[in-house]
Ligand binder design. Structure first.
Ligand code: ATP
Ligand code: MG
Length: 319
């Protein structure tokens, strides 16, 4: 297994606060690692160290075998970074921003121009390519930032909350682009607050809390620790939801459905539970208008792992 990113005992302190506290990570080349965690967990600081933008206080990290401190130049040539905050020049057009990046990456003029048009097209910015970035909407800026990051088809890609503020279409475009790059062998470190995004892209997950790693595994493994997927059944009235919940309770002993207005939520601990629950639905007289299964949210996983909601990190919010 070739190691894409290897991190051992990485530490970053800011004053008396330890933003990243002895973190170990392994991202095999050609895979996606999802880094999850609430605000202030240390995700961006970790990414910035791996991107050679912040110097670690202790520990070691290599990217495709190159040390992020001793061989920072080599590392910079391999990576594409998209920050949580867009890093494009507002006084240039989207097209000029991308062209400039292509030229900085030593692309010949013609190749740079072709690549720019491809990226504009891919991220739905072809019509806005000539517009100054300061006149872009937030989502357009975000897409341009992503296009900028992917201009050089980097072999290692850091995506720090890439889809925050994107509409569903752009989100899907980004997910498709990431999948293509990974299929071509790129290694991706993705930070996100969304379990859905982790599920869509990540081969494995690491959950950070107060600078440290508190859990890791596949999406299914982490979701399993919170009772796995949940089946959401939408009926037409609270009374019908209640009738359905009773039927589920009787016919699927050991499962405790939750009621929320017109909706019934049923934890699915095993794959077979889904078919069994749908049989109950089919045999009942209740009108079900929507059926949905859902992985737990980061907040739910977090609550189980730490006993605290992602919103409750008082010692962090004082900073
Ligand atoms: N340059 C800095 N100076 C001082 N403190 C910092 C600096 N950068 C980060 N921190 C602190 O380190 C901790 C981790 O921050 P970081 O940005 O890595 O978190 P995060 O997991 O990316 O959070 P978010 O989800 O809000 O983006 C926070 O408490 C933050 O205040
Ligand atoms: Mg961050």
């Amino acid at each position: 297994m070739t190691s894409g990113i290897q991190v051992e005992g990485l530490v970053k302190r800011y004053g008396d606060q330890t933003a990243v506290d002895c973190v170990d990570l392994t991202v095999p080349a050609g895979t996606v690692l999802g880094l999850l965690g609430p605000n202030g967990a240390g995700k961006t600081t970790t990414v910035r160290m791996l991107a050679t933008l912040v110097r670690p206080d202790a520990g070691r990290a290599t990217v495709l075998g190159y040390d992020v401190v001793a061989q920072a130049q080599q590392v910079r040539r391999l990576i594409g970074l998209t920050g949580q905050f867009a890093a494009v020049d507002a006084d240039l057009s989207g097209r000029d921003n991308l062209y400039l990046i292509g030229r900085l990456l030593d692309m010949p003029r013609r190749r740079a121009r072709e690549q720019v048009e491809q990226m504009l097209d891919r991220f739905g910015l072809a019509h806005a390519g000539g517009k100054l970035v300061r006149d872009y909407s937030g989502g357009m800026r975000r897409r341009l930032d992503l296009a900028a990051c992917l201009m050089g088809a980097p072999r290692v890609i850091y995506l720090d909350e890439p889809t925050t503020g994107l509409d569903p279409h752009s989100r899907n475009a980004l997910w498709a682009t990431v999948r293509e790059l990974v299929a071509d062998g790129s290694t991706v470190l993705l930070t996100t607050q969304y379990m859905e995004e982790a599920e869509a892209l990540a081969d494995s997950l690491v959950v950070m809390h107060q600078g440290g790693i508190i859990a890791s595994g596949t999406v299914a493994e982490l979701a399993g620790r919170v009772g796995g997927r949940t089946l959401h059944l939408t009926t037409v009235s609270p009374e019908q939801a209640d009738t359905l919940a009773t039927a589920l309770r009787v016919q699927l002993p050991g499962h405790e459905p939750d009621l929320d207005g017109e909706q019934v939520r049923l934890p699915l601990s095993r794959d077979e539970d889904l078919a069994a629950a749908l049989r109950v639905v089919a045999s009942s007289a209740v009108t079900v208008t929507a059926v949905d299964t859902r992985v737990p949210t980061l907040d739910e996983v977090f609550l189980t792992l730490t006993g605290a909601s992602t919103e409750v990190t008082p010692e962090r919010s004082q900073v």
